[in-house]
Design a protein around this ligand. Structure first.
Ligand SMILES: Nc1ncnc2c1ncn2[C@@H]1O[C@H](COP(=O)(O)OP(=O)(O)OP(=O)(O)O)[C@@H](O)[C@H]1O
Ligand SMILES: [Mg+2]
Length: 467
């Protein structure tokens, strides 16, 4: 694409693991950012969105492939971009004005000029009057306004935002989203393109001219299309709802190819769903990809609550409606639904969650019986819990160091994901009374509540020194 500002050509990112192997986080990806558009990047938690953003913005180097800026390699030059972070990332010891001046100072702009530009930008984002305040005196929404001002003051050609509204309450987020759109549509922003990472489907359909959805392990583009809805967009309109539904299905049913809604399908499709993936298969995979079962990051309480609610509602509900009712982002609800599905308590089809007979039994059961049903389901469907259970049964002292499972997970996941997988497995396994976990000693011990027949009585009773 000749007028692209940024082009990613076959970029890929992998990280070294402690054992010397590498884990691929972003699979080979081609992507171009053109002027005049807000591009939204969606994808499940931990799939590699921030990693892709960092590569596009020049903040980090791809492991292979190249990033071109106006068709040329950067060769060490820093592109004219700015990034807004979810965490605001303000300097607490500087005033609002000084925070906004800081990037100009870093670029060597003279004091008079930088003050003038900072004040003008603060005015644009509605922060006049707060120049001398310190970040700690500001609410989250005001802090993020400073974040915007600090990004806009450098007049970035591309404004990158990594979940800029996620740390804010619903109303504040809504308000800031509206202001951002107003500045953009009113051409009051000195930027040619916005690239926003979000985990909020509605947010993407509200703001974006183009939406890209990544899948995970490793991240790959699952769909990439232009949105043709006019602003302001009506969230209740059929086309809006259809698009939200479509994206939702792409995210929840990664193995199925979904058709874009008609109105959007007639637009220039940047890439047909699944098209890139096919094209990429000719690329040899440079590193192994994750195959081990990945647990959705959900706690037992959430799964139980969802089953009760579904049962109450007659067994079936549209996921989007459910999320509205619970005032939860679909993406926060999704891991809970995925956990229910993994355990065989629910199924997920075409955007509807349906409780299974096992789910109904679970929802109807009392506390103790629920634990049993959960244990049964977990030992049938959850790989890591099966492994832990089987090791504990074989060990004479019915206990094992948690490192053993960290080592197993380390082979399949990146470092923070190992931690999340482990914590989820501990939460589920303890609840199911498959084992107890003593965090201090780091030992996983077969639960006394486990039924006798699951304990192998033929093992010698002396503890074996090492598994
Ligand atoms: N420096 C690093 N070293 C090793 N692994 C990393 C590093 N940075 C990120 N990862 C791993 O890469 C994967 C993708 O991370 P990334 O932060 O890009 O995902 P994300 O989609 O932005 O997630 P989230 O929704 O949580 O913001 C994660 O599994 C993460 O653990
Ligand atoms: Mg991220």
């Amino acid at each position: 694409m000749h007028n692209a500002i940024i082009e990613a050509k076959a970029v890929e990112k992998s990280y070294p693991q402690p054992d010397g192997t590498r884990i691929q986080v972003v699979g080979v990806t081609d992507l171009a950012i053109e002027p005049g558009k807000i591009v939204a990047l969606l994808g499940p938690s931990g799939c590699g969105k921030s990693t892709l953003l960092r590569m596009l913005s020049g903040l980090s180097q791809p492991s292979s492939g190249e990033i071109l800026w106006h068709g040329k390699q950067l060769n060490g030059q820093v592109p004219n971009v700015a990034i807004v972070f979810q965490s605001f990332a303000l300097f607490p010891w500087l005033t609002v004005l000084q925070n906004v001046e800081a990037p100009l100072e870093a670029r060597g702009i003279a004091p008079g000029e930088r003050r003038k530009r900072a004040l003008r930008t603060l005015d644009t984002v509605g922060l006049d009057g707060f120049e001398t305040a310190y970040p700690k005196e500001l609410s989250g929404g005001m802090k993020q306004r400073v974040g915007f001002a600090r990004a806009l003051v450098v007049e970035p050609e591309v404004l990158f935002m990594d979940e800029p509204f996620s740390a804010l309450d619903v109303l504040t987020a809504e308000n800031l989203r509206g202001e951002l759109l107003e500045l953009w549509l009113g051409k009051k922003m000195p930027t040619s393109a916005i690239f926003i990472v979000t985990h909020n489907i509605e947010e993407s359909v509200t703001l974006a001219d183009r939406i890209i959805v990544l899948g995970r392990n490793p991240a790959r583009v699952r769909t990439d299309f232009n949105v043709r809805l006019q602003h302001p967009r009506d969230r209740k309109s059929t086309r809006f709802v259809e698009l939200v539904d479509y994206i939702y299905k792409v995210m929840t049913e990664p193995d199925v190819e979904h058709a874009l809604p008609d109105a959007e399908a007639t637009a220039e499709i940047v890439l047909p769903p699944g098209g890139l993936e096919k094209a990429l298969h000719k690329q040899p995979a440079p590193v192994r990809t994750v195959r081990y079962q990945m647990l959705p990051h959900a706690r037992v309480g959430g799964v139980a609550g969802l089953m009760e609610l579904l049962h109450d509602k007659g067994g079936r509900e549209d996921l989007f409606r459910l999320s509205e009712e619970l005032v939860m982002d679909v993406e926060d609800l999704l891991p809970i639904v995925e956990a229910g599905a993994l355990l065989g308590f629910a199924t997920l089809k075409e955007g509807d969650v349906q409780i299974t007979p096992q789910g109904i039994t679970f929802a109807d059961a009392d506390i103790q019986r629920r634990k049993e049903l959960f244990r049964h389901a977990a030992l049938e469907h959850v790989t890591i819990l099966k492994q832990i259970d089987s090791v504990l049964k074989r060990k004479s002292d019915h206990s094992i160091a948690d490192e053993f499972f960290h080592d197993i997970l380390d082979e399949h996941f990146a470092e923070d994901e190992v931690q999340r997988q482990f914590e989820t497995a501990m939460n589920w396994g303890r609840y199911a009374e498959i084992f107890d976990y003593d965090r201090e000693s780091g030992r996983i011990v077969q639960s006394e509540a486990a039924p006798l027949e699951t304990i192998d009585l033929n093992q010698p009773s002396t503890p074996s020194p090492k598994f």
